[in-house]
Design a protein around this ligand. Sequence first.
Ligand code: FMN
Length: 373
Amino acid sequence: MTLEALFQPLTVGAVHLSHRVVMAPLTRMRSRQPGDVPQGMNAVYYGQRASAGGLVITEATDITEQARGYPGAPGCYSPEQIAGWRTVTDAVHAKGGFIFLQIWHTGRISHSSMQPGGGVPVAPSAVAAPGTHFTRSFESVPFETPRPLTGAEIAGIVGDFAQAARNAREAGFDGVEIHGANGYLIDQFLRDGTNKRTDGYGGPIANRVRFLTEIVDAVVGVVGADRVGVRLSPWGTFNGMEDSDTGALFDVVATELGRRGLAYMHLVEPRADQSSDTNALHPNAPDASSRFKPKFGGVLIAAGGFTGETAARAIESGTVDAVAFGRLFIANPDLPERLRTGASLNRYDRSTFYGGDEHGYTDYPALQQQAAE
Ligand SMILES: Cc1cc2nc3c(=O)[nH]c(=O)nc-3n(C[C@H](O)[C@H](O)[C@H](O)COP(=O)(O)O)c2cc1C
């Protein structure tokens, strides 16, 4: 099958892509310590995965110290971090590529060992995530019960997202992606399984969506709507997410985002299980893209267990405009070129996904290197 649909140009807000093979955001936990500063090997890694006219979305990046939940994840709030990111954006731009910074606050998916002053993590409500997390020194412990945020603190976090977006532009990013997916703070506000608030940020859908739309409006105010994307995972259950009416909730979210004329909406399809190696579709998995794209009305990037073939088919069917690849991009720095030429793909090594050094990070071979070996 021809993958031609992947290699058609696409305008995504302020950037003009020459193909639709997007690099998905991927936490790799390899920033310089202490300080969570992007370093040399990070610039090499992103530079390897950049391509002319291609879009790279970075790993989730902390907007403040309080946002932290994964040791080694980078930040974008200190001058050193901004300078570190500049080396990354330069490496991507040198290859003619584009790069958006994914900005997050992990909320309850954290541990007091990573929090300022050793306080418990924050969340919309005092509802602990199920299962275990790790401490700053990678000890596995049960999730702590988070502390509910006050109204004033919520306003502060909205401002922190805007400041991170400002910093991202200073570091040379083409735009930012607000991480509203996978059970982190914004998702915790959206769903009634984790949001039990009785103020203007809890209860009816219109209230639960407020935290997200305030963040979007603040970030748009800083960088412009054409440089802002939002990532969501409507039917995702990762990090203990649940909602009493997911479809109705995300109909409202997609409509609200659509009104704002953003660069794109990015949906994680509920098919991929990123914690295992099965790529089997979940039985009866609803297709988020076909339901929410009409509500949004703009560019839709989909992710989650796609192959080149299924991605091209999804684009041809009109339900998605571009596809973000995660695990395939970890193992194939030149994934767009491999898909374009029908070359075979390197296999990824799950044991080196999180933390460590260059091994399993910048040493996956590109086609040219393989040919020379
Ligand atoms: C190692 C790893 C790290 C990830 N980190 C992030 C992240 O920082 N932000 C995010 O939104 N999704 C993250 N994801 C989810 C991916 O972006 C993607 O949605 C998921 O891997 C499914 O796509 P795939 O089947 O192409 O890998 C991560 C996935 C993996 C495997």
